[in-house]
Design a protein. Structure first.
Length: 486
């Protein structure tokens, strides 16, 4: 291997030869990696977007959904092998780029890519389309008409940078709808979608030619406007500020989907706090907090612990602190920016000041560092945290009281990790759904959404599709013009 290896942080159709510059240099295992990004102009972004759309007309638009799923599956199969070069590069460079622990990145990539194997993709598609073949052609419906589903010609994706690999979820949805895809990454995590596009090119150069992945600084409006103008749908992942900034540029006649700031939490019933189960609940809760340092909207920021178990909610908080200590030794938290460290310190100090006059609050924190923080409360409420392994533990007499606490935050709610007996699962699930939650999962699975979930309670494919109907009358009239009909 060369002493200085250049790694492109972009993917474009092969016709484009871009001028590169080194935007970051990494030293990993004695090897120097120079991360390369192009100088972009609005005209270049427009040209690249147009090239992807043209490539789509000659390839992706003429493929069946089964062919597309097979290509994606073949690419994913490569990523399921530990000796695959792109996976090795991702596992080596992503920890250095993002600051996340190497073991966490390797484990989560391995788990995440398996969401997109063929059987999982078909489950995902079947969740939204009774007959996936309507993506390919007109098919009869129960109402009598013929219907075909048509996706956007091209989609502009504004990817989030907090979770490695998450970008390919949106990208794969675009491919299934037979859309060209122009993705914008940030330099906080620009690598994974590029590596995955390279894999697609190994399997199907024609399909990969419909994709472009480009990094630029968010808020560069001339580049963003060029991307929006050369596509007819936009999907934005990120902060509410990023969503509003992009939305202002999108005309009303174009599809705009967004996934902004959300809060998730957990609920643990007394039946899950018996001697048989509570050690497992503590450990799984700690893992949900530690994975990617709560940067995902699916990560818990508050956990409600029901009274009446073998251990009290306060004891649960103490055991959770010990588990977070062990996790820090096993999977060290990423290094914080100054502002992130200040936010954690501020929460600790404010909570400690409250605790001086309020015995219902206790702060349990890692000594001499901001590695983890547990704030215990006897007065339950939904509270956000500054993330980075900072969690509120709320004592509550009955989990049925939680939905009422959630209603003021309904627009911001995402997932709930839930551990209760079967007799309570469906009733609590309905109450949580009424309060605004759109995903209920097991403790330990909070950051690992399954294929087919309804992101923010919406459809993923259907929100991108337009249905075209041929009515019975038009079909009957066409029969009159068949020269072989008497």
């Amino acid at each position: 291997m060369a002493d200085n290896q250049k790694v492109k942080l972009y993917w474009v159709p092969t016709a484009f030869k871009l001028e590169n510059k080194t935007v970051k240099t990494l030293q990993v295992d004695g090897q120097t990696y120079r991360l390369q990004a192009p100088e972009l102009t609005a005209e270049l972004v427009t040209s690249i977007g147009n090239a992807c759309r043209i490539a789509r007309q000659h390839s992706l638009a003429n493929m069946t959904v089964a062919e597309i799923v097979t290509i994606i599956d073949q690419a994913i199969e490569k990523w399921c092998h530990s000796d695959y070069p792109q996976r090795i590069l991702a596992e080596k460079l992503l920890p250095a780029i993002t600051g996340y622990d190497h073991t966490t990145v390797a484990l989560e990539i391995k788990r995440f890519v398996r969401n997109f194997r063929k059987k999982e993709l078909w489950r995902f598609i079947d969740t939204e389309l009774d007959n996936p073949a309507i993506l390919d052609d007109f098919h009869p419906q129960k109402s009598g008409q013929l219907t075909k589903a048509i996706g956007p010609t091209a989609i502009f994706h504004v990817f989030s940078s907090n979770i490695p690999g998450l970008q390919i979820w949106s990208l794969i949805m675009g491919l299934i709808t037979k859309s060209a895809n122009l993705g914008k990454t940030s330099l906080s995590e620009p690598l994974f979608p590029v590596l995955f596009s390279q894999t697609l090119a190994e399997v199907s150069p024609e399909l990969a030619a419909t994709i472009a992945i480009l990094p630029w600084k968010g808020g560069t409006h001339d580049l963003e406007q060029a991307a929006i103008d050369s596509t007819n749908a936009t999907i934005v992942y990120g902060s509410d500020q990023a969503v509003k900034s992009i939305h202002a540029l999108v005309p009303d006649d174009k599809i705009f989907l967004h996934y902004g700031y959300k809060i998730s939490f957990a609920m643990i019933g007394a039946e899950a706090l018996t001697p048989e189960y509570y050690p497992q609940m503590v450990q799984k809760m700690a893992e949900d907090i530690a994975v990617y340092d709560q940067q995902s909207c699916l990560s818990p920021q508050t956990v409600f612990v029901e009274a009446g178990g073998t251990i009290t909610p306060h004891q649960f908080a103490q055991l959770l602190a010990k588990a977070l200590t062990n996790n820090q030794l096993k999977w060290p938290r990423a290094k914080l920016t100054t502002s992130e460290a200040v936010a954690v310190t501020r929460l600790r100090q404010e909570s400690q000041i409250q605790a001086l006059t309020d015995a219902t609050i206790q702060v349990i924190a890692s000594p001499d560092s901001t590695a983890w923080t547990v704030v215990y409360h006897q007065k339950p409420a939904l509270m956000s945290s500054p993330l980075n392994r900072t969690i509120h533990v709320m004592a509550i007499d009955d989990l049925a009281q939680v939905p009422a606490l959630l209603r003021p935050y309904q627009p911001f709610l995402q997932s709930c990790g839930l551990a209760v007996a079967p007799q309570r699962l469906l009733e609590l699930g309905s109450q949580l759904g009424d309060a605004g939650i759109d995903r209920i999962c097991a403790i330990g699975d909070m950051t690992r959404a399954q294929s087919g979930w309804h992101h923010d309670g919406r459809f993923n494919l259907l929100d991108l599709l337009k249905m075209v109907d041929i009515e019975l009358g038009a079909e009957a009239l066409a029969e009159h013009f068949d020269p072989d009909v008497e």
